[in-house]
Design a protein around this ligand. Structure first.
Ligand code: 3PG
Length: 463
């Protein structure tokens, strides 16, 4: 009889094939499926050929043959683009599966869709886990960070496999953990991506300030120095490599890239969800706005104004501090969304565990994340930690100086400004919101809280 395999993967795109190779290298028997269409005729054949040394690998273009190649109860990871295509696949899978078979959505699905999908599958007695996988193609191949949501029993069932394929932290512990109830895996991955958008934008804004005065090699030198310090991160390292890449002695690859940024949606969801949870996640939102603003080159060209720049007073120490504290604020804002969501959804998520599994394998891995993971062990509100709070406080003037330098030289610094304004707002006891409340009461009779009596009242405004 043909031996049955332990795991199945549906979708051999960039992530699916990299994760499959990781699984095979960990000696887990695997069946892979990829749809058969004009553009993807050779996908399975090529993958099998490339990995023919793994005798326990089987490839299929027929879904029911693929299902029948798996040990029962079956464990199937789907890694296909997010959206309706997943609902269609689940519809096709349901009649082929048996009770207790498990589907794991390893893509970037919206967490509310994952909740709906779990409910649908439950009715059919099929199990479901939502699973955020970060680290891009490299991570998937050599060890990603894995965030799993859903039923704990199902998590325990799949953990022995994910334990082997995930990245390991500094203590050699797996960067894979249980987040909480259904939807929490994709929710946490969504916020991870929101933080990622913020981190990317803060790096490019730092770059544009430095580029007012310095050449690419000089900027690389500065970034390398940063990367040898508390600012060490995967995204900074990646940017250094990008800035070194040359087409010829004079041409940089980065200069041949059209300056219109794209996005696939998770940053938008994270931004919206933060607002839905009454948060002020301004760094990720501003970074998405910066991408949106960039995305119409023709319009920017049409309205282009030539401006003269003011005198440059550069202090690299200020720029370093501004960069560091803006990252702290970005992380704080992102983690606060999860802290709020875990209460609202009753998810049993340990925030320091989340930060721990983000210390390796994922796109936002950094030295700062290691520090944050330690702080969160003691208090889940980062700002309650005096070291964290005071380091931002000490950098406040540097952020102001750096912003002023950029603004005086006509740079749009959306995320640095967002970080600065957020910090000033949350550290100012008095705000102007009393006037907002008065306006609301003036035209809408919405009422306001009287400071002295602590009661809600309306005022008979003269109109
Ligand atoms: C991903 O999940 O693929 C990226 O981390 C985010 O993608 P985007 O920048 O295209 O939205």
């Amino acid at each position: 009889m043909n031996k049955l395999n332990s795991l199945g993967i549906i979708g051999l795109g960039k992530m699916g094939s990299a994760l499959s190779e990781n699984i095979l290298n960990n000696e887990i028997s695997l069946s892979v499926f990829n749809r058969y269409n004009a553009n993807e005729k050779m996908v399975i054949k090529n993958f099998i050929n490339k990995n023919k040394k793994f005798k326990y690998l089987k490839g299929f273009q027929n879904l029911s043959q693929f299902i029948n190649s798996l040990k029962k109860p079956r464990n199937i990871i789907i890694l296909i683009p997010t959206g309706k295509i997943i609902d269609k696949l689940i519809k096709d899978l349901i009649p082929l599966l048996d009770k207790n078979d498990l589907i794991i959505d390893g893509g970037n699905s919206f967490y509310k869709d994952s909740i709906k999908r779990e409910n649908l599958l439950k009715k059919n007695e099929i199990e479901f886990l939502d699973c955020g996988i970060s680290g891009g193609k490299e991570g998937a191949r050599y060890g990603p960070s894995i965030m799993i949501g859903g039923n704990k029993k199902n998590f325990k069932r799949i953990y022995p496999f994910f334990k082997k394929i995930s990245a390991k932290d500094l203590q050699k512990k797996e960067c894979c953990t249980y987040m909480g109830g259904i939807g929490s895996g994709h929710f946490v991955k969504m916020i991870h991506n929101g933080i990622e958008y913020g981190e990317m934008q803060l790096i490019v804004e730092t770059f544009s300030i430095l580029n007012l005065k310095y050449s690419y090699p000089e900027i690389v030198k500065f970034f390398e120095k940063l990367n040898d310090s508390v600012d060490n991160s995967f995204l900074l390292r990646s940017t250094i490599s990008i800035l070194k890449e040359k087409k010829s002695s004079k041409e940089y690859v980065v200069d041949e890239i059209l300056d219109e940024a794209e996005s696939k949606g998770t940053g938008l969801w994270a931004s919206i969800e933060g607002l839905n949870f009454n948060q002020s996640n301004s760094v990720m939102i501003s970074s998405l706005m910066a991408r949106n603003l960039s995305s119409n080159k023709l319009l920017r060209k049409k309205y282009n104004i030539k401006r003269s720049s003011s005198k440059l007073k550069f202090d690299l120490k200020h720029i370093k501090k501004a960069f560091y504290i803006s990252k702290c604020i970005n992380h704080y804002q992102g983690i606060e969304i999860i802290r709020k969501a875990k209460v609202d959804f009753n998810w049993n998520i340990d925030l320091s565990e989340i930060a721990r599994i983000w210390t390796n394998g994922c796109i936002i891995k950094s030295k700062l994340m290691i520090e944050i993971s330690e702080i969160l062990k003691k208090d889940e509100n980062l700002m309650n930690n005096s070291k964290f709070f005071n380091s931002i406080k000490r950098g406040e003037d540097s952020l102001k100086t750096t912003l002023t330098l950029g603004i005086n030289n006509n740079l749009a610094l959306l995320s640095f400004s967002a970080a600065f304004n957020y910090w000033i707002a949350i550290t100012s006891e008095n705000s102007n919101a009393n006037l907002i409340q008065a306006q609301r009461d003036f035209f809408g009779n919405h009422g306001y809280k009287n400071k002295k009596t602590n009661t809600i009242m309306n005022y008979p405004w003269k109109k």
